[in-house]
Structure formats: C-alpha cells, structure tokens
Design a protein around this ligand. Structure first.
Ligand code: HEC
Ligand code: HEC
Length: 432
C-alpha cells in the first residue's frame, strides 16, 4: 500500500513523457549547440599568441591609462557580471549612450558594438581610449605608458619587436591624437609629427589592440545545460536527455518553433551576427534618435584601423572584403546587432540602452509588441505578437536561462599575477 502510494505520487510529479523530436527539431537544436573556441582572426596574427594575451589581460585591468587614473576596461566589463556592468547605461568619466554588452564569447562576433562600427576585435579595443566619456586619453599617452612600464614594455617587445625611441619628445609628444577638433592641443601635436612617425605610432597602437583582442579571444563559455542536452541528443543518450529541465525543454521547442526566435537568434551564439530594427522604444522616450547600423557603417569605412586597412594583417580576408563592399541602405537606420543569448543570467539589463530590467520584460515585449516603435521609412517587419500564455512565457524564460554556462577560470577574471612573481617566469613565445 505504502509503496504504491509513493509510486503514485512519483508518477504524478514526473513530467509527461516527451514526444520524440522530429528531424527538423533535431537539426535546429544541433545548429544552436556547443560553442567551440572562436576561429583565429586572420587580420590579427597574434590572436592566439599567449604572451600577447597576457599583455592584453594586463592592459584590460590597468586603470593608469585613463584621465583620472580610475577607469579600466574592467570598470564597465566586470568579470563577475559576464563582463558587462549591470547598468542600463555605462559610467566611465561620464554616462555613455548605449548599454555595455557582455564580452563572453565575443571572439565569435562578426561586427563589434551595437552598430558594428568596428569589424575586428583589435580595432574595437582602440575606441575606448580616445573616447571622452570612457578613458579620455590619447593614443600617444597610451603608448608612452606601455613604453615606460618595465613589464608592459618587456612583453610588448617580446611579441611585436623593439619600440622606436619614444623618449625623444620632439618626435613623440607626451600626448597627441588625430581628434576631430582642429584647435585642440592634442590634435596640433599630432599634426606636428611627421607622417612616418604618425604611422609608427598607429602601428604600435594597433598592436596594443591586437594584444587586448588576444586576451578577449579566451573569454569563452561552454557546457550550459542546453549544450549538455544537445550533446546527449547527438549521442542518442535518452537518459542524459531526460536530465534537462522540462520547462527548459518546452521553452526550447517554442524558441525553435512557433515563437520564431531563431530567425535572428541562430547558430551557436544564438545570433545571426547581423543587424535588425525590432522597434524597442528608446529609454529617453519619444522617437528613436540613434541611427545604429546606418551610422556604424560610415564610421567604420573611415577608420584607418578597419579590417581592409593598412594595419590589418590580412586586408584581403573575408572580413576585409566584406567591409570594403558594405553599402548603406535605409533599412540600416535604427538597426542594432542581434545580441547573443548566452549567459543572460548575469548580464541584465537588456537591449541597446538597457531598456528592459528583466528577461520577463523582454518576453512581455515580444509577446505583445506593445509600445513597439515603427519608423515610417522602410523597416523589416518580421515580428508578430506571440500571444503566449503565462506558462509558456515562463518556459521560454527557463530555456533562456539554461543557456548559461559555468564561470570561466578565475585566472582570466583578474589581472595577471603581480609583477614580482611575473619576472621570475621566463618569457617564452612559441610564435616567435
Ligand atoms: C565606460 C564604460 C566602458 C569602458 C571603460 C570600456 N567599455 Fe567596452 N563597451 C562599453 C559600451 C557601452 C559598449 C557598447 C557601445 C556601443 O555599442 O556603441 C562597449 C563595447 C565593447 C565591445 C564590443 C562588444 C560587442 O559585443 O560588440 C568590446 C569588445 C569592448 N567594449 C571591449 C572593451 C575594452 C577592451 C575596453 C578597454 C580598452 C573597454 N571595452 C572599455 C563600455 C565600456
Ligand atoms: C527580427 C530579429 C529578431 C527576432 C525574431 C527575435 N529577436 Fe531577440 N533581439 C533582436 C535584436 C536586434 C535585439 C537587440 C535589439 C535592441 O537592442 O534594439 C534582440 C534582443 C533580445 C534580447 C536581449 C538580449 C540582450 O543581451 O540585451 C533577448 C533576451 C531576446 N532578444 C530574446 C528573443 C526571443 C526569446 C525571441 C523569440 C520570442 C527573439 N528574441 C526574437 C532580434 C530578434
């Protein structure tokens, strides 16, 4: 009797048996599964160089390069928050205009920033230094910093070769950059340099970006509960498949089925890596003013550090060629890059201005499309209100959270070891 009662209550709490997956479902699930390490970037020949990555990691956590000595990349890309900042809008020297994206798995992206105004990870890394609201410094100051710190200099030269005589301040002023304001002392200092010295400085600056990118290339996550489920599916291991949470499972079927999410959130990054305007209302109210991809293409094509520019290690690569062939169209206005959906458990708030505090808010938007902003000029119209019930929305949310992976190793989440310890380790570079 007693045993029977236990059996009954077990049966009642057990999830209903799952229908076998169809071939289409299996294919779609396999297409989203298990992110491998990102492919090497041919425009950065140092992207898998360990010493470059260590230098990059040092620079990532180094506050000494900012104008007030208090800002580093990690100020906004906080390791414990999935390398985002937990804020709707970032706070550097001043408040920024767009939400800080997570850097987990960032090496997989095709275009960087919400508007894709950088086409490589290394060229992206050069933007924050000269941005007033972020580091508020100049490339010349950054380079002097690397040259004057013994550890940074040693690692830089081990990877990229000897630095020019930067102590000659008649050739290499303390501070200089080719900024927009022609009367600014930093701009004048830049203009007084010879074209050859400007090239030398730009080359060093690009190398610094390549070192930072080599570090960021390692920030990869795998083995989320969803990935484990997909691996079990591919191995036809029914027992292991059954371990996947049943709400996550139902949410997954919605995601790859009637909710239509994979139209844009596809591939192992859960992103098509391209740009869409899904009509998220701007955080400041009123009509959108951020031109997104429209502006991003223009900024990118004028940047000397682009993938098909003189500082790229492979201007003829696919990256270089696609930048060269970009053409703006009205559809780009107000479009933002589809974000990855991995690790959303630590990267709230969401969207390009952090408009939504929680995943529930995001799903409520997709469900009703209330307050969606539709521009009067051409805009793709993919989204339809989902009209899901509360239970289905909760399942979708559980599925999204099941795309979260364990933390990456601590050694990647903090500045490399102290200089004293570091000096005892020999500098060996397998690539040189
Ligand atoms: C003041 C805050 C702040 C600082 C400091 C900062 N970032 Fe960012 N980062 C942002 C914001 C905000 C964006 C998105 C901006 C946009 O899309 O216009 C961003 C975007 C990025 C991206 C693009 C990610 C993607 O998915 O496209 C990378 C990579 C990145 N930052 C790396 C860095 C590095 C490296 C540094 C240090 C050199 C740095 N950031 C310093 C706030 C910051
Ligand atoms: C038409 C393409 C498209 C479709 C379909 C789509 N998304 Fe998105 N998604 C985007 C874009 C683009 C953004 C960023 C929009 C912005 O910030 O303005 C986004 C943002 C998000 C975010 C916020 C992520 C972050 O880090 O900020 C989540 C979560 C999300 N989508 C989930 C979903 C789900 C769930 C579905 C299916 C119900 C879905 N999306 C359908 C393109 C799409």
């Amino acid at each position: 009797m007693f045993a029977q009662a236990i059996l009954m209550s077990c049966l009642m709490t057990m999830p209903p048996a799952r229908e076998p997956l169809t071939d289409v479902q299996r294919r779609r699930i396999a297409g989203l599964a298990q992110l491998s390490p990102p492919p090497a970037d041919p425009t950065n020949q140092f992207s898998n160089n360990q010493v470059a990555a260590r230098l990059g990691q040092r620079l990532f956590f180094d506050e000494r390069m900012s104008r007030n000595g208090e800002i580093s990349c990690a100020t906004c890309h906080v390791p414990e928050l999935g390398f985002a900042d937990g804020l709707p809008l970032p706070m550097g020297l001043a408040e920024g205009e767009r939400h800080t994206p997570s850097l987990l798995n960032v090496g997989w992206h095709r275009w960087f920033f919400w508007d894709g105004r950088a086409d490589t990870l290394w060229s992206q890394a050069l933007h924050p230094f000269e941005k007033d609201a972020e580091f508020g410094t100049t490339r010349m100051k950054v380079i002097h910093h690397v040259a004057e710190d013994p550890i940074l200099r040693r690692e830089y030269e081990a990877v990229f070769g000897p630095l020019p005589p930067l102590e000659d301040e008649t050739r290499f002023p303390r501070s200089a950059q080719p900024s927009g304001d022609p009367k600014h002392p930093d701009t004048l200092a830049w203009q007084n340099m010879t074209a050859e010295d400007q090239q030398l400085v730009n080359r060093i600056f690009a190398n610094i970006g390549k070192a930072i990118a080599a570090y960021e290339h390692q920030l990869n996550t795998t083995n989320s509960p969803f990935d484990d489920f997909a691996s079990a599916m591919l191995a036809n291991d029914e027992r292991a498949m059954a371990e996947y949470d049943s709400d996550a499972y139902e949410g997954m079927l919605l995601f790859i089925g009637e909710a239509g999410c994979r139209q844009c959130h596809n591939g192992p990054m859960f992103s098509d890596l391209e740009f869409h305007n899904i009509g998220i209302p701007p955080g400041h109210g009123g009509l959108p003013q951020d031109a997104g991809r429209w502006e991003g293409i223009d900024v990118l094509q004028k940047n000397p550090f682009r993938a098909n520019g003189p500082f790229s290690d492979s201007p003829e690569s696919q990256r270089g060629r696609s930048t060269a062939s970009l053409i703006r169209s009205s559809e780009h206005w107000g479009a933002f890059r589809t974000p990855s959906l991995r690790n959303l458990n630590r990267t709230a708030p969401f969207m390009h201005q952090g408009q939504f505090a929680t995943l529930k808010d995001v799903l409520a938007f997709y469900n009703t499309l209330d307050d969606m902003v539709v521009l009067d000029h051409h805009q793709e119209t993919v989204l339809q209100p989902l009209d899901l019930d509360e239970r289905q929305l909760a399942q979708l949310e559980t599925f999204l959270l099941s795309l979260s992976s364990p933390e990456i190793p601590r050694s990647l989440r903090e500045a490399p070891k102290t200089p004293e310890l570091e000096q005892k380790t020999p500098l060996t570079d397998p690539n040189r």
